[in-house]
Write a protein that binds this ligand. Structure first.
Ligand SMILES: Nc1ncnc2c1ncn2[C@@H]1O[C@H](COP(=O)(O)OP(=O)(O)OP(=O)(O)O)[C@@H](O)[C@H]1O
Ligand SMILES: [Mg+2]
Length: 272
């Protein structure tokens, strides 16, 4: 039986700013199994980033518990749980190689081993020849690959990805998705895969990547439903045209439209 890597247990998060309070997440519960690729869909502003930040430990739940391998970790950050954002957060004053090596500087291992690891991830993410470039000299897709390399070199067990490919063009996005599946371990036994929680606005991306898709309600968000795309791995683009995929996509599109309309209504009432 697979063990549970992350557990979100009846979590509520209320922000209090400027005398107002906004509940972004309410009574939300779900688990992520070890080695699982979980996609999260939900209308804009519903609380998906909040959920990821809670799992990362950047935010403290107002109620409920976040567990990492059975241990309560409310508000506790750890290198085991790494966040990847939409905009790659590279240091502009460091080269690609130094950006990737940055996290390792705090690790207690031999300099040579660190150098080898950095080179390995430069190769894995297709950045050979760009080691000495600065972030502003790279394309958006390359910056995101460098960011992935910088994150992966620390060997986190859980990757929390917040719309990581939203700002690149459609073709680059497809390639980045394949890169991600490779480093996740699509070709490897499930037991040695990383665990990924991947927030996206693209239904197609959620289906193509995920073992399971969680659909979140409008704010305050909670779990609306979950589906498991019955697509074998390794997956290919051709599968996208298969009937099952199209049906599932239409189904999810209808549900998402409904949630977006409800979100608008909530915002309208709040603004009134
Ligand atoms: N630090 C904060 N302080 C106050 N309110 C916040 C804070 N962060 C988020 N919120 C509010 O919580 C709600 C959920 O925000 P969140 O960023 O989690 O949504 P999201 O689902 O990630 O949206 P999007 O899809 O647009 O990225 C929003 O109403 C937002 O304004
Ligand atoms: Mg967000």
């Amino acid at each position: 039986m697979k063990s549970i890597k992350v557990k979100v247990d009846n979590v509520t998060k209320t922000y209090r700013t400027g005398g107002r309070s906004i509940t972004a997440v309410r009574d939300c519960s779900f688990e992520v199994a070890e080695g699982e690729f979980l996609s999260i869909l939900g209308p804009s502003g519903c609380g998906k980033s909040t959920l990821l930040r809670l799992i990362a430990g950047f935010e403290i739940p107002t109620k409920g518990g976040i567990y990492f391998e059975d241990g309560l970790c409310n508000g506790t950050i750890s290198p085991q749980r790494a966040m990847v954002f939409q905009e790659p957060a590279l240091f502009p004053w460091l080269t690609v190689e130094r950006n990737i090596a940055f996290g390792l500087a705090f690790k207690d291992s031999e300099k040579e081993d660190k150098g080898r690891l950095v080179k390995e991830y430069i190769a894995t993410m297709g950045l050979v020849g760009f080691e000495d470039r600065f972030p502003h000299e790279l394309s958006g897709g390359m910056r995101q690959r460098a960011m992935l390399a910088r994150t992966l070199v620390n060997n986190p067990e859980v990757l929390l990805m917040d719309e990581p490919f939203a700002s690149v063009d459609a073709y680059t996005r497809e390639i980045l998705q394949m890169d991600l599946l490779r480093v996740w371990g699509e070709e490897l036994a499930p037991a040695i895969r990383k665990t990924i929680v991947f927030v996206t606005h693209s239904i197609e991306e959620a289906i193509f990547l995920g073992d399971r898709i969680i659909v979140c309600t409008h704010r305050p968000t909670s779990l609306l439903m979950e589906v498991r795309p019955e697509l074998a791995r390794p997956r290919s683009r051709e599968m996208i045209v298969k009937r099952y995929f199209v049906e599932l996509k239409e189904n999810l599109s209808g549900i998402m439209r409904d949630q977006v309309l409800k979100s608008r209504e909530i915002e309208r009432l709040e603004g009134a």
